[in-house]
Design a protein around this ligand. Structure first.
Ligand SMILES: Nc1ncnc2c1ncn2[C@@H]1O[C@H](COP(=O)(O)OP(=O)(O)OP(=O)(O)O)[C@@H](O)[C@H]1O
Ligand SMILES: [Mg+2]
Length: 448
């Protein structure tokens, strides 16, 4: 009589069947031509598709001619590395943007789960290896790896995933990429002259300026107003589209040298995570070149034109056609999400047509250091929030015109033995000297 197989026997049989299958599959993979393998895979997919309730969507790294990485793929990569890399067990580590920290993301064939409004989805990073088609015989062909992300979900969530979840992933991924990207400082200055071989007229270096609004010496009310203005601008894409205006805003920063105009531009770029285009107008030949430069700027950027009063004879109207650069060019050539910041030491010298609202929407005066400004600098430079000498400084600073740059220089320790007290004494001395000079100048003026 035949005895039913024992558990042990069953495992042995199953084990050897799997082993035989793996062996045959390995032979098929090795000797079967690529086309037949693809055909077999397709057939298997078709058969399982009938019984399998899950839907899969793939996002390939390169589409079409392979020249450009797919934006969706990059956005998904950023989204997954920030949202799900904590749950992934096999991770890939790469150096971050400033080469100081490691960035972790999911490794190939790793599977992670995500949830969206109660729907569970599975993401996996896969790759296919196929021979590159050249004129050579197949056996000598190099292999080409094609990576792609695959998301799977139950078919009852089809609409939710295709209508909202994927949009959410792409939007969030793009935002993460913007935040994490290495920001750049572009310049068109003659030192880096554009050659016809170069694809762009701008040269760039990494933008790394530590200034933030927190460390900027400015009255708190004014600071808050500027920050609010900038944040509102950056969140107003729909508003600008609705009113039919290009999404850009012009700022004019004016005030004496050393009051923080250039510093404020760095603060703005850091606050909004924008790139900076430092436009050197004296290096621009004509309107055509200016337009080309402006068209080449990307969104999420600040176009800076420093010292417009001495850059060129800029006017709102074009006097001699073709020779002058007019304000209109900034309006026409700048598209989405750009700030245009002009600086000057002499606002009164500028043509009113150039600084009118629409070209320079917000005028910000940066002036001599106030006591509030000094307190910010004392905190930055000396880690002091209060000190008995502050009262004296307060009364002196009210009566003296001293720039934040001069205050900062006096607060800077000059030797390892300079303590905060010594630095404050230096500042008081500088304030007294400045006051005496101002008094002498005022008496001279009266005598005249
Ligand atoms: N408001 C400020 N807050 C903090 N630091 C400041 C401020 N203003 C000036 N400084 C300090 O002084 C230095 C010079 O300032 P900055 O270059 O921003 O002046 P500016 O107004 O652009 O001058 P210029 O008109 O000559 O271009 C900065 O590096 C910074 O350290
Ligand atoms: Mg400056």
């Amino acid at each position: 009589m035949m005895m039913p197989p024992t558990m042990g026997e069953m495992w042995t049989t199953m084990g050897s069947s799997i082993a035989s299958f793996m062996f045959i599959w390995a032979i098929v993979r090795q000797y079967c031509p690529y086309e037949i393998r693809r055909f077999l895979e397709k057939c298997t997919h078709r058969v399982t598709g009938h019984f399998y309730p899950y839907i899969t969507i793939s996002f390939h790294e390169f589409t079409g001619d392979r020249l450009k990485r797919s934006e969706a793929y990059s956005a998904i990569e950023a989204y997954l590395s920030s949202n799900t890399s904590k749950s992934a067990k096999r991770l890939k580590a790469e150096m971050g943007k400033d080469s100081t920290n490691l960035v972790l993301s999911m490794d190939e064939f790793e599977r992670v789960t995500d949830e969206f409004k109660g729907a569970k989805v599975w993401w996996v990073l896969s790759k296919t290896v196929s021979p590159i088609r050249t004129g050579m015989s197949m056996s000598y062909c190099p292999e080409q790896e094609k990576r792609f992300y695959k998301v799977s979900f139950h078919k009852r969530y089809r609409d939710l995933i295709t209508d909202s979840y994927l949009d959410h992933v792409i939007r969030e991924g793009k935002e993460i990429r913007v935040k994490n990207r290495q920001r750049k400082l572009y310049t068109n200055s003659p030192g880096y002259k554009w050659s016809s071989f170069k694809q762009t007229m701008w040269s760039h270096i990494v933008f790394e300026h530590p200034a933030t609004f927190e460390t900027m010496a400015l009255e708190p009310g004014k600071k808050k107003e500027i920050i609010n203005d900038l944040l509102t601008f950056s969140q107003s894409k729909d508003f600008y589209a609705r009113i039919g205006k290009a999404w850009k805003r012009g700022y004019l920063l004016y005030g004496p040298p050393g009051t923080g105009k250039s510093t404020m531009i760095a603060c703005m770029a850091n606050l909004l995570s924008y790139d900076v285009y430092d436009l050197e107008l004296t290096a621009v030949k004509d309107n055509t070149e200016l337009r080309k430069l402006l068209i080449e700027t990307t969104g999420k950027s600040i176009i800076v034109i420093e010292d417009i009063d001495c850059s060129l004879d800029l006017t709102g109207q074009r006097k001699k056609k073709g020779e002058q650069i007019s304000g209109e060019d900034y309006e026409r050539a700048c598209g989405g999400e750009r700030l245009v910041v002009f600086t000057t030491n002499y606002v009164e010298k500028l043509d009113p047509a150039l600084i009118r609202r629409g070209r320079m929407d917000k005028h910000i005066e940066l002036s001599y250091c106030s006591f509030e400004g000094f307190k910010v600098l004392a905190k930055n430079y000396l880690k002091l929030e209060n000190h008995q000498m502050f009262d004296k400084i307060q009364s002196l600073i009210k009566e003296t015109k001293i720039t934040p740059a001069d205050v900062a220089e006096n607060l800077m320790p000059k030797s390892p033995t300079d303590d905060p007290q010594r630095c404050l004494c230096n500042l008081i001395q500088a304030l007294q000297e400045a006051k005496e000079e101002e008094d002498i100048a005022a008496t001279d003026e009266e005598l005249k």
